[in-house]
Design a protein around this ligand. Structure first.
Ligand code: NAP
Ligand code: ZN
Length: 335
C-alpha cells in the first residue's frame, strides 16, 4: 500500500515535521486527490495550538485544498482521474440525517472535518468522500481559488443567509484571509462595504478590494462615528474585540455575525440588543452546494484571494508569517 507524505504537528504548538501515513484501502465513495495547492487558514493554527481542545495528534493540517483526482472509489461516478477539484473544511458526513437531506451537510452531527481525526492538505495527497469535493470552474486559477474553499465559503454563506443585496450596509472586521474575500463578495453583491481593521497600512488595498470606507478599529472615535450604520457586521477576527462598539455600530434589526473565533467568551450588554432588535450570531463554513455556487460566482466576477505562495516544504515559515499577521492576504502552500 503506497503511503502519503505530508507535514504533521505532533504536539500542541509544535513545528511541522515530515510524516508518511498509510491511507488504507480506498473506500467505494472516496476519491484520492493529488494536491497542488493548500491555503493556510487561521483555523489550522487554532488546531495546531489545540485552542479548541479537539486536535488529535499527530495530524497533518490543511483544509483549503486544490488538486487533481488521482483515483476514485468503485461507487464514484461523475468524477474521474485528472479532474481539478477543491476540498474545504469538511471531508464527510452521515448523508442521511435531516441536515444532510436538506443539503446542509455542514450542520450534520456526524460531520468529519478534513484535518481533525484525519490528515489534511499540507501533503502530497488527500482522500475524502466524493460528496465533499467540488469541481473547479475552468476560469479559476488554482492558487487564488484554494482559499475560497474555506475562507471564501465562510464569509459567502452568511451573506447569502442574510440576503445581502444592493440596499445592505455590510461591515467586515479584520482584513485577513477571510476578511479580504468578504470585502470582494460584499461589494459584488452590491452592498455598501465598510472595512474595520487594526492595520492602517491595509487601507488602500481594502478600498481596492471593494470597501467604500476604512475604519481604524483601534480608534474609539472612529468606531463611534459609525454608530447605528450597519445591517450586518461579519467579524473575521481571532482576537478579543470591543464587542459593545460593534453592536452599537448596527442599525435596528442589524446582525453581528461571528465567523472568526475569539479566545474568550463574549461579554455583551443586553439593552443595546433589546432596544434596537439587534442580533448576535455565528456561522461556520457552508454546504458543498453553496461552495459550488460560490466558486461559480467567483469565476464570473473575478473574485479570488490575494496570495503569497510558499513551497510546501516551507510550511513552517509560512505559518510563522501568518501568526505575525504579515501575510497579504493568504499564504498558499504549493507542491
Ligand atoms: P487571518 O488571515 O490571520 O486574519 C485575521 C485578521 O484578524 C488579521 O489579518 C487582522 O486583520 C485581524 N486581527 C489579528 N489579530 C488581531 C487583534 N489582536 N485584534 C484585532 N484584530 C486582529 O485569519 P483567517 O484565516 O482570516 O481566520 C480568521 C478567524 O476566522 C480565525 O479565528 C479562524 O479560525 C476563523 N475561521 C472561521 C471559519 C468559520 O467557518 N466560521 C472559517 C475559517 C476561519 P487587521 O490587520 O485588518 O486588523
Ligand atoms: Zn479554514
Amino acid at each position: 500500500m503506497p503511503t502519503i507524505p505530508g507535514l504533521a504537528v505532533h504536539a500542541a504548538g509544535a513545528e511541522l515535521l515530515p510524516l508518511k501515513y498509510d491511507p488504507g484501502d480506498l473506500q467505494p465513495q472516496d476519491i484520492e486527490v493529488r494536491i497542488t495547492h493548500c491555503g493556510i487558514c487561521h483555523s489550522d493554527i487554532h488546531l495546531i495550538d489545540n485552542d479548541w481542545g479537539v486536535s488529535q495528534y499527530p495530524f497533518i493540517p490543511g483544509h483549503e485544498v486544490v488538486g487533481t483526482v488521482k483515483q476514485v472509489g468503485e461507487a464514484v461516478s461523475h468524477f474521474a482521474p485528472g479532474d481539478r477539484v477543491g476540498i474545504g473544511w469538511q471531508a464527510d458526513s452521515c448523508g442521511f440525517c435531516e441536515w444532510c437531506r436538506r443539503g446542509e451537510e455542514h450542520l450534520c452531527a456526524e460531520e468529519q472535518r478534513t484535518c481533525i481525526g484525519r490528515h489534511g492538505g499540507y501533503a502530497d495527497a488527500i482522500r475524502v468522500n466524493v460528496r465533499f469535493a467540488v469541481k473547479l470552474p475552468e476560469a479559476l486559477d488554482s492558487q487564488t481559488a484554494a482559499p475560497l474553499l474555506c475562507a471564501g465559503i465562510s464569509v459567502y454563506d452568511p451573506m447569502r443567509a442574510f440576503g445581502v443585496n444592493p440596499a445592505s450596509r455590510i461591515g467586515v472586521i479584520g482584513i485577513g484571509g477571510l476578511g479580504h474575500l468578504a470585502l470582494q463578495f460584499a461589494r459584488t453583491f452590491g452592498a455598501e462595504v465598510t472595512a474595520f481593521s487594526t492595520s492602517p497600512a491595509k487601507e488602500e488595498e481594502a478600498l481596492a478590494l471593494g470597501a467604500h470606507r476604512f475604519v481604524h478599529s483601534r480608534e474609539t472615535k472612529a468606531l463611534r462615528a459609525v454608530e447605528g450604520s450597519q445591517d450586518l457586521i461579519l467579524s473575521t477576527v481571532n482576537a478579543e474585540q470591543e464587542w459593545g462598539a460593534y453592536v452599537a455600530a448596527l442599525r435596528p434589526h442589524g446582525t453581528l455575525c461571528l465567523v472568526g473565533v475569539p479566545p474568550k467568551p463574549l461579554t455583551l450588554s443586553a439593552l443595546p440588543l433589546i432596544a434596537k432588535g439587534r442580533c448576535v450570531c455565528g456561522s461556520g463554513t457552508g454546504s458543498p452546494a453553496r461552495i459550488a455556487e460560490m466558486l461559480d460566482m467567483a469565476a464570473r466576477h473575478r473574485i479570488g484571494a490575494r496570495t503569497e505562495s510558499f513551497p510546501m516544504t516551507e510550511a513552517n515559515q509560512a505559518l510563522d508569517k501568518v501568526r505575525k499577521n504579515h501575510v497579504r492576504y493568504r499564504a498558499v502552500l504549493v507542491n
